[in-house]
Write a protein that binds this ligand. Sequence first.
Ligand code: PHE
Length: 359
Amino acid sequence: MDLDKLQNQLSTLRAETTTAIAGVVTMDELRRLESQTTGKTGALGAWMATIKEFPPEQRGQVGKTLNQAKGELTKLFKDAGEKIKAGAAAAEASKASSYDPTLPGIRPPVGSFHPVTLVQLQVEAVFQRLGFLIETGPEMESEHYNFEALNIPKLHPARDMQDTFWLTNGKLLRTHTSPVQVRAMERHGTPLRVIAPGRCFRYETIDASHENTFHQVEGLMIDRNISIANLIAMMKLLLREVFSQELSIRLRPGYFPFVEPGFEMDMSCLICGGGGCATCKQSGWIEILPCGMVHPNVLRAGNIDPHEFTGFAFGLGLTRLAMMKYGVADIRGLNSGDLRALVPAGRISGTTVAEKPPC
Ligand code: PHE
């Protein structure tokens, strides 16, 4: 081994390293190449190990030559590293400057009213035009307003018609919006036109058309000479307004202790078009409007003289109405918080802005 040969080989190594560095793109690749070249086990390291093979008088010179080569190579790597870092920073900067503010943005999801709210607002609008007040009552109700004042005394079998959540404080979760009838009579007297939308609760087994929490709108009209004809006309008008079409309806006798006579008004099922489905229990009809003439005992409970005044009342199933209107086949979707159940209404609310209240 002689010094000339060493110097030759070192300049070859320098040339090769310069070429290799030119092809390197990332810092990782560069570090790998550096350790293969100047690292202990790299090419230069191998040369260092050969120092002792030189005659002793040359060893100093050999060491110097190798150190000088190491310094040069290290500088090559340092410079290349800086270049790569600068290139990465420039790429970042150009990425940022390629942001185009004229491109359309990402639309944030827009909220919409719940189907039940939409129908409630619509029903309220119909009745407000007809001069009805909008009343609310407490969801935690007394036995008096929920049952007794409505002609359902203790031990009356009709209490079983509405499975009740009783509370430990002696009150209950109202099973219907009818308690607001008597509250409104007490508060406003006669003549009276009032609707009362709100949440009701029943201790029910849940299926496609039954929920333990649902919405109703109670309606009550009391005046002199109010008859069943007024009731039917009003109910037809309501359904026509809500569905924007004349619907098939049918009236059946229905029993509710607080009305006499009482009726069930059904509308043809809009989910299946009357052919029968799970929502209408295969009957093609949906029970939507229980109603009737206010029972004299209820008028008395509201301090109204039944000899002078008559009235009609109805309890509109708002939840069912929303299902019909927006084609929600399963009631369970409505309270689940699952946005997919709200999609039909979302679509409609997006196009019929008039259904939203000015707020
Ligand atoms: N409150 C009754 C119910 O929820 C419905 C109803 C209201 C019936 C008014 C007649 C008159 O079942």
